[in-house]
Design a protein around this ligand. Structure first.
Ligand code: HAM
Length: 419
């Protein structure tokens, strides 16, 4: 008798794994809603044409990876390989643009791509993501990048790198692609066969090639699209980087970051972590100002990101950190301070919605400090007898190491506005 097993590239999730899955999903629902994003769910399958038109005919997803079929009624359907096109379709179908000039939407959902399975790459996988539809401005790009970055920060993911670029508006592309093709024509035969086929079909994707020799040749001969973008688009990018610096989000301007889906314009970004190994992309996203028009709506600017849930969980597991890091670790020393600290911790949980972990083993200051670092709290609060006598409390930002002495009566206000 045949033994049935899961299809290659798909996995069962068993109760012990689902404990962490549920915690991660709850956390993402909370953080998205705290940032003003509303949940959207779209069907598991759509008309194939939505993805062909949205993602692009010559992309890897459309040419090689979609699960498509014709149903008994002759409709050509596809299991969704990504969610930006379905969200844009829903935005148009429900005329959301008429209700409000800006929509902030988020999702957590299962997706399907027929890729070669390996660690961190499945054929059925899950993404969480956010799409902000309506604003053309760089502060909206910054909000999206910060949202993604802060989620990973909250999970204490190590060795992260934010790669950022601008590919400008769609109008500059034909001229740029012509220049690109003519610059690499002379070395065409030295490129790998995949790159050779990409030159005519989808030359921008040359930059995605993993072959180091191709990359060396591109470094030497290929012009970067960033160097062709308009002054307005450059100003947009500069304003975005200014905001990211102000938000203390470290980024690297990677002029080769073009992303593999055709709907992008202007900003593109990816967050990677070396913790993941070969499939190191935690998430990716960017602007897609042309997509909604491409799908039959009026021109509407939009920006978003999507992130692999399996990859986030892989990174959390690799770091042996199965728990969600608290917002605040509360260190206290001495009986009187302990009584006051218990009340303050309770108030912070109830009034500021913070995850607060309080020391209850009465360990030494040094041991409590070590625990605060180990659990990945963003902020540590310290209340000793000296501080209590002065009605003050020490608030330490664990990422910068900066410390402030804050009057106890103003702590809730300080925490709400600084974290
Ligand atoms: P993407 O780069 O194709 O972008 O996917 C985003 C993330 O999904 C990747 O960085 C990775 O973490 C995860 N991912 C993709 N494929 C797989 C797979 N086969 N197995 C496991 N994880 C995977 C998009 O999907 C765009 N829709 C992102 C976006 C949203 N752009 C604007 N808004």
């Amino acid at each position: 008798m045949q033994n049935f097993r899961t299809i290659k590239g798909t996995h069962d999730l068993l109760p012990n794994e689902l404990i962490i899955w549920r915690a991660v999903e709850n956390f993402i629902h909370n953080i998205m809603q705290q940032n003003g994003y509303g949940e959207i769910r779209t069907p598991a399958f759509e008309n194939t044409e939505l993805f062909v038109r949205g993602i692009g005919t010559d992309t890897d997803i459309v040419t090689k990876e979609m699960y498509s079929w014709t149903d008994q009624g002759g409709n050509t359907l596809t299991l969704k390989p990504e969610l930006t096109a379905p969200v844009a379709r829903a935005y148009l179908q429900h005329q959301m643009g008429n209700q409000n000039p800006i929509h902030r939407l988020y999702y957590i959902d299962a997706l399907f791509r027929r890729e070669r399975p390996q660690k961190g790459r499945q054929r059925q996988f899950h993404q969480f993501g956010a799409e902000a539809i309506g604003s053309p401005n760089p502060e909206q790009d910054a909000e999206i990048i910060a949202l993604a970055y802060n989620i990973y920060k909250k999970f204490n993911i190590q060795d992260m790198s934010v790669r950022l670029n601008s590919i400008g508006n769609a109008e500059i592309r034909p001229l740029y692609l012509e220049t690109l093709r003519s610059s690499i024509k002379k070395i065409e035969m030295e490129l790998c066969t995949t790159c050779q086929t990409r030159i005519e079909k989808n030359a921008l994707r040359l930059f995605d090639c993993k072959n180091p020799h191709c990359q060396e040749l591109l470094d030497q001969y290929a012009p970067f699209i960033y160097d062709s973008i308009s002054d307005d688009d450059r100003n947009h990018f500069e304003m975005l980087t200014r905001i990211l610096k102000e938000m203390e989000i470290p980024y690297f301007h990677d002029k080769k970051l073009v992303r593999g889906l055709d709907y992008y314009s202007h900003t593109t970004f990816e967050i990677t972590s070396s913790v993941l190994g070969a499939q190191d992309a935690l998430c990716g996203g960017g602007r897609y100002n042309g997509l909604i028009e491409q799908l039959g709506g009026k021109s509407t600017p939009a920006v978003g990101f999507a992130a692999g849930v399996e990859r986030l969980i892989l990174a959390i597991n690799k770091q042996n950190n199965l728990s969600i890091p608290p917002d605040i670790y509360f260190i206290h020393l001495g009986d009187e301070a302990t009584v006051t600290a218990s009340k303050i911790a309770n108030d912070l949980r109830l009034n500021c919605g913070k995850i607060v972990v309080m020391e209850t083993l009465r360990r030494s200051l040094k041991a409590q400090m070590r625990e605060a670092g180990r659990c990945g709290a963003n902020t540590t609060i310290i209340l000793g007898e000296k501080e209590l006598a002065e009605s003050k409390i020490i608030v330490k930002d664990m990422s910068t190491g900066n410390q402030n002495e804050v009057p106890i009566s103003e702590l809730s206000k300080f925490i709400s506005s600084n974290s």
